[in-house]
Design a protein around this ligand. Sequence first.
Ligand SMILES: *Cc1c(COP(=O)(O)O)cnc(C)c1O
Length: 220
Amino acid sequence: MLSFKIKKINEEIPSNVQLIAVSKTKTEEEILEIYKTGHRNFGENKAIEVKEKFNNLPKDILWHFIGHLQTNKIKYIAPFISLIHSVDSFKLLSEINKFAVKNKRTIPCLLQFHIATEETKFGFNLSEVELMLKSKEYFELKNIEIQGVMGMASFTENFNLVREEFQNLNKIFTFLKENYFLDKINFKEISMGMSHDYKIAIEQGSTIVRIGSAIFGDRL
Ligand SMILES: *Cc1c(COP(=O)(O)O)cnc(C)c1O
């Protein structure tokens, strides 16, 4: 049943868009059911939960961290996480760098932007990011690699607003690429689009969609 749903979504999205199956709150059995179809990219939003799943499940799964990350939880995910989508402060980025050094690796990250009109969503605005990217302190972080941007649109039936917000994130991506990351070939990702809005996100240039309930069913 789950395998049928992921197959259907995979058929709908273009081959240049990566699908992250968001498995937060879902069981290891459910994840394995998706894994058996050949899918390897899963997304989680709690550090201890993803660490336990990493320990118990096949080691070729690529784990994506998509939730608000507290600095005191970085240690749980630093050894294995394949991409942190939700970097929303310089402090967090510099702490991730410390744990990457400890683990002798480079940790790929995305910068999360606040694109929704809602107050509650985390994320940078563009001027904060520009200040960071121009700073000496940022330049000294050698064990993180910024691979693009991430954002969440407003949770609304107003799809014109959603479209505008995704378009705005795409513009931010292009601005940063042209002004700060032109020589960085790995700066190429726009992580946007969830179960209810991924089609609009793809239409606006998303390269990574994060889909949970449309695959696994509603979370309790
Ligand atoms: C939960 C979550 C998703 C997936 O949401 P669905 O509506 O279940 O597809 C995507 N991105 C983030 C950041 C999430 O927290």
